[in-house]
Write a protein that binds this ligand. Structure first.
Ligand SMILES: NC(=O)c1ccc[n+]([C@@H]2O[C@H](COP(=O)([O-])OP(=O)(O)OC[C@H]3O[C@@H](n4cnc5c(N)ncnc54)[C@H](OP(=O)(O)O)[C@@H]3O)[C@@H](O)[C@H]2O)c1
Length: 334
């Protein structure tokens, strides 16, 4: 078989019918879009956004049919770019990957060279996908809070959606850096797991969504929030004077109802976090930090679940229902 006639398995999602079709099919290289770099994918990972891309009502997929998968890591098998060579181990996430360009739920991917991050020393493809977009977003959040002046020893940091991908890695990174982390979760059974990741305390999801008063007791020295909804107003109302929240997600809802009081009476800041259009140079820098000073210490505990291509649809449905705990990886070589 010539390389151009090579076939490979992929999870293809088709939203053109009344309900979405999600099936594992055999594709050839001609089925992939143009791009300078062709990658044999070893690992991918599941994200909330993948669940949206694979669901008809998710409003995330911009092409159909689509191979979802906003994260991938593997080995370059062909490249026409001088910057990336065959044999390089790389990761790709963000930009159009898995939403408007075929993504990581396939054994082979082809992408523009400008999207490629060479894997930093000390991180395997498996480590990189345990971290994935979720961990990258957690790292961006911690970085943004520290640029604003946050330092360990300054008081408790709240992490919401703590058992999910972004939340669990934020708990780990912050605890590893010496912060006093309080995790908020809707899963009381996961409290010990969160403590093992480094949380000093665990509170219930409802407590972190009490937006009944515009100003509450000044409690948090900082916060990482991937929930939005009524959780973000609660956080704003209970940040300490001058503190900030890094906001990246909306699992608790898109609409946010708040008042200006936390901003004008306590000087708090709302820091928006975006991993998708983040410039490639910054992306490569933050990954270098993830391999070193922002490295989560509990990689094994975070990424213990693994699924095959065929098992992805069911795992994505569970993610949409908020049942995620840590990261679920996709092994493309099985
Ligand atoms: N801005 C960016 O660049 C960026 C990047 C990555 C992700 N995101 C966004 O960040 C969010 C989290 O992503 P993820 O990959 O970490 O998702 P995930 O693994 O599915 O985790 C989300 C967590 O949110 C909590 N949650 C779920 N439903 C909820 C509800 N109705 N109310 C309150 N909390 C709820 C759950 O944690 P508990 O049970 O522990 O409460 C769940 O585990 C998503 O909205 C995603 O789109 C944004």
């Amino acid at each position: 078989m010539t390389s151009s006639s090579r076939t490979f398995p992929a999870l293809l999602v088709d939203h053109s019918g009344e309900s979405s079709r999600r099936e594992v099919v055999e594709l050839s290289l001609e089925d992939l879009e143009a791009g300078e770099v062709t990658i044999e994918v070893e690992w991918s990972g599941l994200n909330y956004k993948d669940a949206l891309a694979a669901s008809k009502d998710g409003k995330v997929a911009r092409i159909s049919p689509l191979i979802p998968g906003i994260d991938l890591a593997g080995t370059v098998i062909a490249s026409t770019s001088p910057e990336v060579r065959a044999g390089d181990v790389v990761l790709v996430h963000g930009y159009d990957l898995g939403v408007a360009h075929h993504g990581g739920f396939a054994r082979i991917a082809r992408v523009p060279a400008a999207w490629v991050v060479p894997l930093p020393a000390g991180l395997s493809a498996h480590d990189a996908m345990t971290i994935g977009t979720a961990g990258f977003t957690a790292a961006l959040s911690v970085d943004a809070l520290e640029v604003r002046g946050l330092r360990p020893g300054g008081g408790p940091i709240l992490v919401t959606g703590a058992t999910g991908g972004v939340g669990s890695i934020a708990v780990d990174i912050l605890a590893t850096r010496g912060y006093e982390v309080v995790a908020s979760t809707g899963k009381p059974d996961a409290a010990q797991w969160l403590r093992d990741l480094g949380a000093v305390d665990v509170i219930g999801r409802e407590e972190a969504a009490d937006a009944s008063r515009p100003l509450q007791r000044e409690r948090w020295a900082g916060a990482v929030d991937c929930v939005g909804g009524s959780t973000l107003p609660y956080i704003l109302s209970s940040l300490r004077y001058g503190a900030a929240v890094a906001a990246s997600g909306n699992t608790g809802g898109m609409g946010v109802q708040t008042t200006v009081l936390p901003f004008i009476l306590r000087g708090v800041a709302l820091l928006g976090i975006d991993s998708v259009q983040c410039a490639i140079d910054r992306r490569r820098e933050v990954w270098a930090r993830i391999a070193t000073d922002l490295r989560p210490r509990g990689l094994e505990a975070l990424g213990s679940a693994t699924v095959s291509l065929a098992e992805i649809p069911q795992a994505l449905d569970a993610l949409l229902q908020g049942a995620a705990q840590g990261r679920t990886l996709v092994e493309l070589s099985r």
